[in-house]
Design a protein. Structure first.
Length: 157
C-alpha cells in the first residue's frame, strides 16, 4: 500500500509544533511558579532567602522591584501565565495564539534586558531568583528565534 507523502509531512509538522509549544509551556510554567512564589513573599512582607546572599534583599527590596505598588514579580507571573496560555492554545492550532506567544516572549525579553541592566549598573547586585527568571526568558526567546521554518511560516499566516 502506498502512503500519501502530504499526509505524512503534515502529521510530522503538527507533532513538531506540539512538541515545540509544549516545551515553551513547560518553561513558562516553571517561570510562573517562581514568579508566583516571589509575589506571595512580597505581599506577605517577607524577603526571599538566597542562601545567605544580601544581594537578593537589595534587589527585591529596591524601588525597582515594584511598579506603582505592584511587585515586578507579579507582573512577571502575569507574563509567564500569558506565555503558558498562548503556548497551549498554539499547540492546539489556534493561529492567533502563535503571534501573541511570540510578541509576549519578545516583550518579556526586552523587560528582562532592562532588569538585568538595572541589577548590574544601578543596584550593583544580582538576585538569584531574578537571574533564574532571566535564564527562562532567554530560553523562551531562543525557542522563538530558533523555531523550525514550518512553525514560523504557519505563525505568519
Amino acid at each position: 500500500m502506498k502512503r500519501d507523502r502530504n499526509v505524512e509531512s503534515t502529521t510530522n509538522r503538527s507533532r513538531g509544533e506540539i512538541i515545540f509549544y509544549s516545551a515553551a509551556a513547560l518553561i513558562a510554567l516553571v517561570g510562573l511558579t517562581e514568579a508566583t512564589y516571589l509575589t506571595v513573599l512580597f505581599l506577605n512582607g517577607e524577603t526571599a532567602v538566597c542562601g545567605g546572599s544580601a544581594d537578593c534583599f537589595k534587589v527585591l527590596g529596591s524601588s525597582y522591584a515594584k511598579v506603582g505598588g505592584i511587585p515586578v514579580a507579579g507582573l512577571g507571573a502575569l507574563a509567564y501565565f500569558s506565555v503558558f496560555t498562548f503556548a497551549i492554545f498554539a499547540a492546539f492550532d489556534y493561529r492567533q495564539a502563535r503571534k501573541f506567544f511570540s510578541w509576549a516572549v519578545i516583550t518579556m525579553f526586552a523587560v528582562t534586558l532592562w532588569l538585568l541592566f538595572v541589577q548590574a549598573f544601578r543596584l550593583h547586585a544580582f538576585c538569584r531568583y531574578c537571574l533564574f527568571s532571566a535564564a527562562l526568558v532567554f530560553l523562551l526567546m531562543g525557542l522563538v528565534v530558533a523555531r523550525p521554518p514550518s512553525i514560523q511560516r504557519s505563525s505568519n499566516s
